[in-house]
Design a protein around this ligand. Sequence first.
Ligand code: NAD
Length: 469
Amino acid sequence: MGRVPLASSGETRAAIASAEAALSGWSATPPAKRAQVLFKFRELLIRDMDELAEMLSSEHGKTVPDARGSITRGLEVVEFACGIPHLLKGEFSEGVATDVDTYSMRQPVGVCAGITPFNFPAMVPLWMFPVALACGNTFVLKPSERDPSCGLRLTELMFEAGLPKGCLNVVNGDKEAVDELLSNPAIAAVSFVGSTATGQYIYETGCRHSKRVQALCGAKNHMVVLPDADMEQAVDAAVGAAYGSAGERCMAISVIIAVGEETGDEFIRRISPKVQGLKVGPWNDETSDMGPVVTAAARDKVLGYIDQGIAAGAELVVDGRAVSPQGYEDGFFIGGCLFDRVTTDMSIYTDEIFGPVLAVVRADDYEHALKMVNDHEYGNGAAIFTRDGDAARNFSSRANIGMIGINVPIPVPVAYHSFGGWKRSLMGDHHVHGMEGVRFYTRLKTITSRWPSGIRTGAQFHFKSGAEQ
Ligand code: NAD
């Protein structure tokens, strides 16, 4: 689609310096004034929604309605961030001791960096910079080099909305730019979303340089189907969640755990024709259910996993490898693929494939299914499909997973809640957006004051409890 130059470490330093120079003015701007920029930005996002969705789809390959949906999710984070004056309110305790009051406030951390993945080139940057800027920080965004245009366009819109110069910067780059962001002393906090191997590197390197880091990483999201589930609803949910965006979603369902042999058989019988019937095509064909995967390398990786699954003895019930839309023979298309009788030792079960491949595993009973969910190294999302409230409640309580869906296949929280996984799906302490986002991009300060100031107590040599003072 186009070419973009990759920033050197020197160019990245210049972007960081620009953010650093803008920090004192922006952090001193009243939160309500900062929110006004975001209110305007929200209007511009709505005005340019179609243009942004086309830009996103043409570079990524996902369908336009899917792109629009993801931008709308990002827009909701902007709407959340518009409430920043309320969100930054601190706590106040009057009279913690005689004439002494204690109060707390949240202040910006400084210059923040965001390193984002290819699969959500608008939504994931929108998880980060609106909240960071609303909190009074300045920001350097490093979008994925595979689809960088949305990051650039969103930044232009922020300036059109009235953001002062230097508050938001974009560097396009690879490891060289990222390493500068991770080691430059002016960067206070780093938000990363991407693969686990990169996330681990970013978390460890950023922490070694004393930065606050949140790294949201890979996933293998399970959907448990109990025998009492509404099977038609479960099958439709699984098809959309597994194959939407060609499986290139960190919350895609990639494993179905069917509880009981009969449940497994019925699930396979009902889902197979739907997977077979998926329409794979280019992003700008309105009849496409899903587009291609992002690069030739991504396609080869997915095909490699399919070979491994067959070699390991899994049953390839639907084989989409030969799918090639007419006129797009050189595209990176893969049709929907469905494996049955997958076991937990196979790489198609253990690894994130990030393509249109769904694995069905059979479990003896509910406890067996729960154990599989909990034993997997990833813990982003998991869903349970059932009509049994006891089982659903038990699953929400005992699953070692950050986001749970009950009869909801992709439980991405709304913007005023927070998004994040457990285990190897998130390194760091804070989830993104919602109050967790505000906490990540602010530092807590607590003030203890005595008024009137003229009281003479003499020197004090021991700690006093509040009650004693
Ligand atoms: P990626 O790790 O290849 O790239 C992410 C970012 O890191 C990009 O900006 C890239 O330029 C940079 N990067 C890549 N290699 C680097 C290196 N060696 N050193 C420094 N920086 C490097 O990830 P991707 O392929 O763009 O995205 C897909 C992955 O993101 C999947 O694993 C998916 O699960 C994950 N993801 C997770 C979430 C979540 O919320 N947990 C959301 C979206 C995507």
